[in-house]
Design a protein around this ligand. Structure first.
Ligand code: ZN
Length: 251
């Protein structure tokens, strides 16, 4: 099975469309949460995702926007975007958001793999460093976890002795590109496809990943998108300016 992994779209319609256009063909889409929040097209992105189908886990922004959690951990800019998004979402889309399941999620036809927004031990926890990844990797029954939340594309791999973090080494800065990452049997992994709509690893291109369960190869992908249009929509919506400028920096 070929799985397309999307995470942290954050209502960035231009980035989502670019990812779908650049993605290899897939049998299943798995979305790792934070469909909305920050970006200016929450209704359009949710409708796009609903049409796309596939499997989902919810993100912290998804939860806050539909009132399932408070905004205690949100900075003022993120909180402003939550309130704005809550206001503009249609009741139907808000209801869809509320129905997204809590991770980690497993699918019967994808054995040995689980999907989470943050850590599989806590959906709101950030797994940033190899040290953060050790416990969730060791405690998890599935050997492979796909996760999001940090907006940083990359992998953690644990063998019998040590854990190693890695990021794909891209050769270009503004083109569509993918880097393959073959999984090795006997190792345990946490893999982040990166953020579609608000990358924070210094690369402004939209990020996603594809996983072939037969060959056990992950492809990390980046693709350019209409950044100016996404920024203009954020500014036109009256959302904080920083949410537009940070997209260009990939921070
Ligand atoms: Zn996010």
């Amino acid at each position: 099975m070929r799985i397309l992994l999307l995470s942290d779209i954050h209502a960035n319609l231009e980035a989502l469309q670019a990812c779908l256009a650049a993605a290899p063909s897939s049998d299943r889409v798995v979305n790792l949460g934070d469909v909305v929040g920050y970006g200016a097209n929450p209704n359009e992105v949710i409708e796009f995702c609903r049409q796309l189908g596939g499997s989902y886990v919810r993100g912290n922004h998804d939860k806050a926007i539909c009132g399932l959690s408070d905004m205690e951990d949100f900075n003022p800019i993120a909180a402003e975007a939550v309130l704005w998004t809550r206001q503009v979402l249609t009741p139907d889309n808000l209801e869809w958001l509320r129905s997204l399941p809590q991770g980690p999620m497993q699918a019967d036809d994808i054995p040995g793999t689980q999907f989470a927004h943050g850590s599989p031990l806590d959906e709101d926890e950030y797994v940033i460093t190899p040290r953060d990844a050790v416990e969730p990797i060791l405690v998890s029954q599935p050997a492979l976890t796909f996760f999001g939340h940090t907006h940083v594309q990359g992998s953690f791999a644990l063998d019998s002795e040590q854990i190693e973090g890695a990021h794909p080494g891209y050769l270009t800065v503004g083109q569509s590109e993918s880097v393959t990452f073959p999984l090795h049997s006997g190792l345990r992994y946490m893999i982040n496809p990166g953020s579609v709509g608000q990358p924070r690893d210094g690369d402004w291109r939209a990020a996603f990943a594809a996983f072939d369960t037969e060959t056990q190869v992950v492809a990390f992908c980046r693709t350019p998108y209409d950044l100016k249009s996404a920024q203009d929509r954020i500014l036109d919506a009256g959302l904080p300016k920083r949410l537009a400028t940070r997209l260009a920096a990939g921070r």
